[in-house]
Ligand binder design. Structure first.
Ligand code: UN1
Length: 498
């Protein structure tokens, strides 16, 4: 599928206009389209429209709100192929993963539809006679979603599907690197809304632009919830800014995810898990495996087999069948990778791979060989998240040492252990085990399903999105006490008789 065919299939203009955001494909560097940034006045108008839409949407019964998300899921099924191609074109991830990302959107829509009938509150035993206590959940307002380039559609859907069934309106500020995917999804949602019939105008929109646009959305008290995905540096600014006005933030920041291969691991399975997590999406997932701790008894064989597998990775055009690794997003990302590898060498690392890889017809794309770096100890480069396919590998002796090494990173997103020893597996998952939001056994740290809460601790920001009870972050909780007696007993037995 050519770029122009993908765009027209999704109803986007193929004509380059005078937009200030130039979108080029990381596949070959070719300009795909230009997109216009929104002005301050337009952002203000979007916030006003979203606020008004929320006031109408909160009165729509939640199961009916779920109907809109059901229709969205159906439209996504129809457009899966085209949207999957669009994601690949704009991010450079392989088509399997582009399609997988759309599937992730469909899955969260299904989840949210079910949820629309399950926004359960609680009943609470009151200490006073003739009183009833309960807890109920209510829509919050406008949910502003700031998403990153690497998951240009799924991250929005985790937030938007929940936010919509929870009775909120949604404003989406996508990465400047991937505005076309956002515009395509916005069109698909518009189709769903047209079929739905009476969705209020302004219920969902896309706002394009750079930092200034993002800052305006974040600072505005009408953004009741700001759900931001991106770097820790960005999250620190957004988190503080939203906290300053006592708004709610959901932060999904970086990850410096580790895996442990114990002496009892199923070697074949571990290797497959490691390679998918370290090399998939060209190392540009926040859940990418970046640090690997291998028990000394299996270290040499594991590293050797890993190097053999790395040598077989098909690198090239991500739209072509059989490719397992596409390009990095841009030149800057390539330079950061090279700088990290140079630092790793200076810190005693032995580097295999990591060099630029030529792909015929894609000379302007930044393709690299994935790198394995054998480290003598967990030095500063290893404790820094570099958004590229670099896997640092280190030997360990005791399992406690490996858990400490896992937890030594500033981030706390995802982690895993490969073991067939029940004690090791359970210890890794225990209170004294991995300190991450995601802890897995015998699968890699990436590629989570939508059913679980997604997010992590420490420098990852602490937010949770997607499954489990993540929906609660999109609603406000009210505790209700109803007195159905004709007396007025006070709590704690206080006597206040006049
Ligand atoms: C991200 O990289 O921001 O668990 C999200 C995973 C995917 C989502 C990654 N489901 O790897």
């Amino acid at each position: 599928m050519k770029a122009s065919a993908i765009l027209s299939e999704l109803g986007l203009s193929t004509q380059a206009d005078d937009g200030d955001i130039v979108v080029s494909s990381p596949i070959d560097g070719a300009i795909v389209a230009r997109v216009r940034s929104h002005s301050t006045a337009e952002v203000d108008a979007a916030l006003a429209a979203a606020t008004a839409a929320h006031r109408r949407w909160r009165d729509v019964p939640a199961p009916r709100r779920g109907e809109l998300v059901r229709l969205l899921g159906n439209k996504l099924r129809e457009k899966k192929t085209a949207l999957g191609h669009m994601i690949t074109l704009e991010t450079g991830k392989i088509l399997q993963e582009g399609m997988g990302e759309v599937q992730e959107m469909i899955d969260i829509c299904d989840f949210a539809v079910g949820l629309s009938r399950q926004l359960y509150g609680l009943t609470i035993a009151s200490e006073r006679p003739g009183h009833r206590m309960s807890e109920s959940w209510h829509p919050l307002g406008v949910c502003t979603v700031i998403s990153a380039f690497n998951f240009p559609a799924a991250v929005w859907s985790w937030n938007a599907a929940l936010a919509l069934v929870c009775g909120n309106s949604v404003i989406w500020k996508p990465s400047e690197k991937t505005p076309l995917t956002a515009l395509a999804v916005d069109r698909i949602l518009a189709d769903a809304m047209a079929e739905f019939g009476d969705a209020p105008p302004g219920l969902a929109c896309v706002i394009n632009g750079g930092r200034a646009v993002g800052a305006q959305l974040v600072a505005d008290p009408r953004s009741s919830i700001v759900s931001a995905t991106g770097s820790t540096e960005m999250g620190r600014t957004v988190g503080v800014e939203v906290a300053r006005r006592f708004g709610r933030s959901i932060l999904e920041l970086g990850g410096n995810n580790a895996g442990i291969v114990t002496g009892t691991a199923d070697g074949e399975l571990a290797l497959r898990g490691i390679v998918f997590s370290a090399v998939g999406t060209a190392g540009q997932r926040c859940t990418t495996l970046r640090r690997l701790f291998v028990h000394e008894s299996v270290y040499a064989s594991t590293v050797e087999r890993l190097k053999t597998l790395y040598g077989k990775i098909a690198i090239g055009d991500p739209l072509a069948a059989g490719t397992l690794m596409g390009p990095l997003i841009d030149a800057q990302s390539f330079e950061r990778m090279q700088a990290a590898l140079a630092q790793a060498k200076a810190e005693g690392g032995i580097v295999t791979g990591g060099e630029r890889h030529a792909v015929a017809g894609c000379e302007n794309g930044y393709y690299v060989r994935p790198a394995i770096v054998e480290m003598p100890s967990q030095t500063s480069v290893m404790l820094t998240e570099t958004f590229a396919p670099i896997l640092y590998v280190m030997k360990y002796r005791s399992f406690d040492e490996a858990i400490d090494a896992n937890n030594a990173a500033a981030h706390g997103l995802s982690s895993c252990v490969f073991t067939t020893d029940l004690r090791e597996a359970e210890r890794f998952l225990s209170d004294a085990g991995s300190d991450c939001g995601i802890a897995n056994v015998n699968i890699g740290p990436s590629g989570a399903e939508i059913g679980g809460a997604f997010g992590g601790e420490k420098d990852t920001g602490g937010g949770r999105e997607s499954g489990s009870d993540a929906w609660k972050a999109y609603m406000r909780r009210a505790t209700n006490t109803v007195n159905y007696s004709s007396a007025l007993p006070l709590a704690q037995g206080i006597d206040f008789s006049i």
